[in-house]
Design a protein around this ligand. Structure first.
Ligand SMILES: [Zn+2]
Length: 340
């Protein structure tokens, strides 16, 4: 009898504790694009919002003012997203502002190759035309009243790591003048990059590394200048990025917070404690999402976040690698998770 009473007391305490946590953990949803997209789309962004009543909506692509007004009228803060594929011509990405690989071909992210979008090419951070385009688009988004700008794929040129980076005239000229090198260096570099990394000589390896370090620092310079320029007009603007697995390299450190895809194996108390402590120590905000349809795994992350009063991103509108469709957990499942 005493054991039973004790169990009831513990259950009561746990319920109260989780309820108290739910009061302090901010619930966030994302809707990259507004749903329903058409009459056959079963998802509805507003239905999810009205049912779950999140405190914030993050990482949305701007479509029109009416949608933002829907969020605003519900008291929701929102962040607007931008990526390296800012279109420069009627929705298209033309070659003149773009990353060119060692073969002179425009770069398309490997996971986007099968997507049928009309703006697949990534901009180069050393191209002044791309900088103007990126800044102009950001200032336009900032004028729509988001609390933050979210940069998706902030690695830019560094996505070509292993193959040198971008070989456009702006990159190669900047590299040569920065290190006062002869233009034949670019021929050596291109030759080295064409080889498998294990077949490169030590001189070639160090040249490729030097070029890749230069590409990395170019991304940091680009983002730091962009952030400063945006803040000049919008002093309170925050900047977010998708820092995969909660990592904070020098590129991600330019931002104020991260919304990271987290590998399922990292959803443990120990790893989450460490990842959040790292973000806290740098004064960064951090949200995690998991690219899985496993409700059990999502539930484990939600439970951790509620227990530790961390903001949590609900698993709705998630890209699952290899899957043709994004994942949208049902509203009742999401509700039961946050009140577990
Ligand atoms: Zn370039």
């Amino acid at each position: 009898m005493r054991t039973k009473a004790c169990a009831i007391l513990i259950a009561f305490w746990l319920t109260c504790n989780l309820f108290a946590s739910a009061q302090t953990s901010q619930i966030v949803i994302s809707s990259r694009w507004f749903h329903p997209r058409d009459s056959s789309d079963p998802e509805s962004t507003l239905a999810v919002i009205d049912s779950i009543k999140p405190g914030r909506i993050d990482w949305i692509y701007y479509e029109n003012d009416n949608i933002l007004e829907e969020y605003r009228s519900r008291g929701l803060e929102f962040s607007l997203a931008i990526n390296p594929q800012i279109a420069d011509s009627s929705g298209f990405t033309t070659k003149k502002h773009r990353i060119l690989d060692y073969k002179g071909e425009t770069f398309v992210a490997p996971w986007m190759r099968k997507w049928k979008n009309k703006n697949p090419y990534w901009g180069c951070v050393n191209n002044p035309g791309f900088y103007s385009l990126f800044l102009e688009r950001t200032l336009f988004l900032a004028s729509k009243g988001p609390y933050a700008i979210m940069v998706d794929d902030a690695l830019f040129n560094v996505q070509l790591k292993g193959r040198g980076g971008c070989f456009c005239q702006f990159c190669t000229n900047k590299f040569l003048s920065l290190f006062q090198l002869n233009s034949t260096v670019i021929d050596h570099l291109t030759k080295a990059v064409r080889k498998n990394s294990k077949d490169r000589t030590s001189t070639e390896r160090s040249l490729v590394k030097r070029y890749e370090d230069f590409q990395f620092s170019s991304v940091v310079t680009f983002l730091s200048k962009w952030k400063k320029d945006v803040r000049e007009h919008n002093p309170r603007m925050r900047f977010l990025t998708n820092n995969y697995n909660g990592s904070w390299n020098e590129i991600y450190k330019v931002f104020d917070g991260g919304i990271a895809e987290l590998d399922s194996s990292k959803v443990t108390d120990e790893t989450l404690d460490l990842l959040y402590a790292t973000a806290d120590s740098m004064g960064k905000s951090q949200l995690f999402s998991i690219a899985t349809t496993s409700q059990k795994t999502h539930s484990r992350l939600v439970k951790y976040n509620l227990k530790h009063q961390r903001s949590l991103l609900l698993p709705w509108d998630i890209f699952i690698p290899g899957e043709p469709k994004r994942y949208y957990m049902g509203v009742s499942e999401m509700k039961s998770m946050v009140t577990q």
